[in-house]
Design a protein around this ligand. Structure first.
Ligand code: SF4
Length: 303
């Protein structure tokens, strides 16, 4: 029987492959990764690492973004079924149609969008830099696709700009209701810090002590003295939280993203062994999409 863990370690060293993993991956995948993080962190790391091959343990758009930014690297996705349904909620044709209506608006696409949509966007953003990108982009009107909840969250914070929302959503975070959080709180009957991902509905965000991306939530816990945290996002985040803060207690609503969880150790092993599931992009499309990702990196670091 194959010892996947040992084989993955051997193969990545032998072939000089770097493994990047999102915080929502299974624990055993995060354990073997060279870098774990949210999509913003991983997009930057993919650029910086010297390796020629990246095994991207995340969903398809993340591996595509790594390929867009690093065209000369071989980017592999261990399981091609790891796709995010939010990506399908906005097509290039539909977005261009909306743009006809709002000619002066700039298009900001959440990184959870297709390469085609990125290619017609003025900038991309992730949940950790959406505020900075919207704040710093040179436009008063912004078409924000596809996540309506992240868009409305940023609109609450940036009131001097108008954000035209799309009707997309993350089916995992969108399903959580305020009553789920309130019910947990009541049952727990104790003080809880409530951390909520901005892909959640406003009714859930309104209950939060802190709203932020996975990376920002992890940072936030480190800045607090409280012991108990109800973490309202995909439960893969608990791997890093428990490793980093063993003295804290993390409470869960058992939120799972199926596509994130579909990558197994066997998939990763076969991906490294055969170097299979390479992300291939048409070059002119990639170049256009690259501009929006590079703009994201610039705008999110602009003071
Ligand atoms: S958690 Fe939501 S946004 Fe993230 S990959 Fe899963 S479905 Fe897509």
């Amino acid at each position: 029987m194959i010892n996947y863990k040992e084989e993955i370690i051997r193969l990545k060293e032998e072939k000089n492959i770097v493994i990047l993993a999102h915080y929502y991956m299974r624990d055993e995948i995060q354990e073997l990764a060279d870098y774990i993080g949210d999509s913003y962190y991983l997009s930057k790391i993919g650029l910086d690492v010297p390796h020629d091959i990246i095994a991207f343990c995340g969903v398809h758009f993340m591996a595509e973004s790594a390929k867009i930014l690093s065209p000369h690297k071989k980017v592999l996705l261990p399981n091609m079924n790891a796709t995010c349904s939010m990506v399908e909620m906005a097509t290039k044709k539909e977005v261009l149609k909306l743009k006809e209506k709002y000619k002066d608006a700039k298009i900001v696409s959440y990184v959870n969008s297709s390469t085609e949509v990125k290619s017609i966007s003025d900038a991309c953003c992730t949940s950790s830099n959406a505020y900075d990108v919207i704040q710093n982009i040179d436009a008063e009107e912004i078409i924000f696709v596809p996540d309506q909840h992240l868009g409305s969250y940023i609109q609450e914070k940036v009131d001097h700009k108008r954000i035209i929302l799309w009707n997309g959503f993350c089916c995992v975070h969108h399903n959580i209701r305020a009553k789920d959080v309130l019910h947990y709180k009541e049952k727990a009957n104790q003080e809880l810090q409530i951390l909520v991902h901005p892909e959640c509905r406003a009714e859930v965000r309104d209950l939060a002590d802190f709203v932020g991306s996975t990376g920002q939530m992890i940072q936030y816990v480190g800045q607090r003295n409280e012991k108990d945290f109800l973490v309202v996002t995909e439960e893969g985040i608990f791997y890093e939280l428990k490793n980093k803060y063993p003295d804290r207690r993390f409470h869960s609503l058992n939120i799972l993203c199926g596509p994130m969880k579909c990558i197994t150790l066997q998939d990763l092993y076969e991906c490294l062994l055969y170097e299979k599931n390479e992300i291939i992009l048409e070059e002119s499309l990639r170049e256009k999409a690259e501009k929006s990702l590079v703009n994201m990196l610039t705008l999110s670091e602009k003071k």
